[in-house]
Design a binder for this molecule. Structure first.
Ligand code: PGA
Length: 309
């Protein structure tokens, strides 16, 4: 069988994306170059691998068979690369990580601190939502992921390294900012601006209220923490957000934390990898660094540092 690794990699990307165009984007190739590689592979094998129905492409039976081999070959190559990199040591490695939207408020500081100590290391950082993070881990696309507690039932190893408290925020002129020990029931009359479905923060908020049998009035739904903070400042409702997103607004007095019963919601940050994945020396060094030192590089709002002492 005459097949090149390049052809297999291109085929695997088309199969996984279900699209020649998306595979071309991912591989930084032109679409005709991708089609050509797949065509040559089909000719070499003497079997069609995809069939087109309308605008969609589907794997043929031969395509499905080949896909499982292509995935294994690509995983083995990744592993070989990691092992060889380990021989080079941390100095010249590359690190491929993804972080949850909220974790990006401190992830870049971690990367900066780590790269100061390991100058030759290069990074690729993806900031995305929880659903995508889990898919990336399952597909073995990233070395490490920083996120809230991953769900059970996936082959993942997760270690917690830092608290992630979620607090209720309001504009400073809101009457509740003057109250202490606000009962949860008082939130029932307020609109709460929340993150999009699929966000870890949103899942935690919904679980928190459901466990206490309290219905909360969901205000607008926003897909970024920045948008939530702007909305709360503009008076569109109260917000619930991770303390890690609030440093600037709390320090400048543009938002205030409310003293609500049972808050903060206590969550934690985890560093996660696919179970059984052999980490490169660089990835292992970064993981050790995060587990040992992350909180030192995270800036919390002044007010929160004082109140949590
Ligand atoms: P996010 O945060 O998905 O809400 O950005 C991550 C998490 O808390 O799990």
């Amino acid at each position: 069988m005459h097949v090149t690794l390049r052809q297999l990699a291109v085929f695997e990307a088309v199969a996984r994306n279900g699209s020649f165009t998306r595979a071309a984007e991912e591989l930084h190739l032109s679409q005709p170059a991708v089609s050509m590689q797949v065509k040559q592979l089909e000719e070499n094998l003497g079997l069609p691998l995809f069939e087109q129905m309308g605008k969609k492409i589907y794997l043929t039976e031969a395509g499905r068979e080949l896909e499982s081999y292509a995935v294994r070959v690509s995983q083995l190559l990744d592993e070989a690369e990691a092992v060889l990199e380990e021989m080079k040591g941390v100095k010249r490695g590359s690190l491929n990580i993804s972080v949850a939207t909220t974790a990006n408020y401190f992830a870049t500081r971690l990367l900066a601190a780590f790269s100061q100590r390991n100058e030759g290391v290069t990074f690729s950082l993806d900031v995305t939502n929880r659903e995508t993070l889990i898919r990336q881990l399952e597909n073995n696309e990233r070395d490490l992921v920083i996120m809230g507690k991953p769900p059970d039932g996936h082959d993942l190893d997760a270690e917690s390294f830092m608290d992630n408290p979620l607090v209720v925020v309001a504009p400073p002129e809101h009457p509740l900012t003057r109250k202490k020990g606000i009962p949860l029931s008082a939130l029932a009359g307020e609109r709460i601006v929340v993150r999009e479905a699929g966000s870890g923060t949103r899942i935690a908020i919904e679980r928190f209220f459901a466990e206490r049998g309290i219905e909360f009035a969901m205000g607008m739904e926003m897909s970024s923490n920045e948008a939530i903070k702007q909305a709360v400042e503009a008076g569109l409702g109260l917000g619930i957000a991770s303390i890690h997103t609030l440093e600037l607004e709390l320090d400048c007095g543009r938002l205030a934390i409310l003293d609500v019963e049972d808050f903060p919601i206590l969550r934690h940050w985890y560093i996660v990898q696919r179970r059984g994945k052999r980490l490169s020396a660089t990835a292992q060094a970064f993981k050790d660094f995060v587990l040992a030192e992350a909180p030192r590089f995270v800036r919390l709002p002044e007010q929160y540092r004082q109140s949590s002492r």
